[in-house]
Design a protein around this ligand. Structure first.
Ligand code: SAH
Length: 458
């Protein structure tokens, strides 16, 4: 049966009730039964919007007027909220942001998964601002007039910004010091169009427990004019600076870091802790950007894993080993697997740093390594998975079933693929018992969830 024609045309002004938020934070409603996405509209509102794009089964429309506002609508505190695109939900008060994230998890489990797990109230932050430990800022402008800020949404035009509300204030100050120093020394920015010049990005990371600061200057070539003076300036001006690094990215690409890093001054890494575990963080390491909520998240993983000291635990998609090492003191053995070899090296180093000698890490795709482990006769008591947005490959889920753990703890940044995988596992004897959403990224539309999945006893 062919679908009926969309009841809207581009350019048409429509009024409609908004009934929910999409996974990108847009308002969603129906117009004559047809789904319409309206950015900046809020669930519960009645709005007028101008249709911009029409697809077969949905349309996009620009908000023109809020006819009946939501009591959760607030003035976005950031002056560049609508230009930056980094946050999507600043126009919604925090309790309603949390409610909408929780609802997305409920919807995914009921609609996609057809599952009936217990869904616990989302764990939000007491202070949902200034949480990010990492900032990455592009340079632009021209020689003599270098600028740093963010790219205006959908473009590569730099808009200067000296204070980002979700960033730790120390990171903002560090970036300002870098900008001032490169201005004084007149170091040229990289010019994307001509593919020449020098400074592309500055990346800053701070260890919240150690107050150690890493600054990475990403340059187009290996040359860095006035290098000595720049190092002297930054050492003098940035309190807590422990590691000053030049990274070279010579390709035409949006990828921020290149392969090669050189220490300009200090150490090649900084350290931070998650709970009781210390981590060394290099420029390339994946490290959670909201350290406060990372502990909240990992505590939920620990609670659900319910280890007694006797278990073999697999940490799949382990990154630099964070979850496995966090759980290691309560496990007999930890086996981590991760596809990025550099991250695996970091994980091994981090195990050593913490005197943990019963954790092993292997580089490779989890969907190949776990089936091999299962074939080799390995049995696991608890499996942790923390996949990227696309979720787990079916081969991986099959391998987990073959490893026959009692429990699986699934950490997910995408409720839709989580529910799909949970439904797949349910058909194979593993059911979702408890679902705990955690807000890792306040004011953005990202939703994080931890789920306890355990074997259905016959
Ligand atoms: N558990 C870690 C990292 C989670 S991010 C933490 O909490 O910090 C997801 C990780 O999965 C990334 O490190 C990514 O490199 C890795 N990854 C992506 N696809 C993979 C695959 N097919 N097999 C193994 N690891 C993969």
């Amino acid at each position: 049966m062919s679908k009926p024609k969309p009841p809207v045309q581009p350019g048409e002004r429509i009024t409609l009730p908004i009934t929910g938020q999409s996974h990108t934070g847009d308002g969603v409603g129906k117009y004559k039964g047809f789904t319409v996405f309206v950015p900046l509209a809020i669930a519960g509102e009645q709005v007028a919007a101008r249709v911009s794009r029409v697809k077969k089964s949905y349309a996009h429309a620009q908000l023109e007027e809020v006819l009946q506002g939501s009591s959760h609508r607030v003035a976005p505190p950031c002056p560049v909220f609508d230009q930056c695109g980094g946050c999507q939900l600043q126009h919604i008060d925090y309790p309603a942001q949390l409610a909408s994230k929780e609802q997305q998890v409920v919807d995914a489990f009921t609609r996609i998964g057809g599952l009936e797990a217990e869904i616990l109230p989302i764990l939000g932050m007491k202070e949902p601002w200034s949480y990010r430990n990492k900032a990455q800022v592009p340079f632009g402008g021209r020689k003599g007039k270098i600028q740093a800020g963010f790219y205006a949404a959908g473009s590569h035009q730099i808009i200067p910004l000296d204070h980002c509300l979700i960033q730790q204030p120390d990171n903002d100050r560090t970036i300002q010091q870098v900008i001032e120093s490169v201005r004084e020394l007149d170091i040229p920015p990289y010019d994307e169009e001509k593919h020449r010049g020098c400074l592309r990005h500055v990346m800053v990371r701070t260890g919240i427990h150690t107050q150690e600061v890493m600054v990475v200057l990403v340059t187009h070539g290996s040359e860095l004019p006035h290098r000595k003076q720049l190092v002297a300036h930054l050492r003098e001006r940035i309190p807590g600076l422990v590691s000053l690094i030049q990274n070279i990215q010579s390709h035409r690409t949006n990828v921020v870091l290149g392969k090669e890093s050189r220490v300009l001054w200090g150490e090649p890494v900084i350290h931070d802790r998650i709970g009781h575990v210390r981590f060394a963080i290099s420029p390339h390491s994946f490290f959670q950007v909201n350290p406060v909520q990372t502990e909240v998240l990992y505590e939920q993983v620990r609670r659900m894993a319910a280890l007694t000291g006797k278990e073999t635990v697999i940490d799949a998609y382990c990154g630099i080993g964070t979850i496995g090492l966090y759980l290691a003191k309560d496990a007999a053995q930890v086996l981590g697997v991760e596809s990025v070899p550099q991250a695996v090296e970091d994980a091994r180093h981090n195990a050593e740093l913490n005197g943990i000698d019963h954790a092993r890490f292997e580089a490779g795709p989890a969907e190949e390594v776990l089936p091999r482990w299962a074939r080799e006769g390995l049995r696991a008591d608890v499996v942790i998975v923390d996949p990227p947005r696309k979720g787990c490959a079916p081969e991986l889920l099959d391998a987990i079933v073959n490893l026959s753990p009692d429990r699986l703890v699934y950490v997910s940044c995408n409720p839709a693929t989580l529910a799909r995988d949970a439904a797949y596992l349910k058909e194979r004897g593993y059911t979702s018992r408890q679902v705990q959403p955690v807000d890792m990224f306040p004011h953005t539309s990202h939703v994080e969830t931890v789920v306890l999945i355990s074997r259905i006893k016959e």
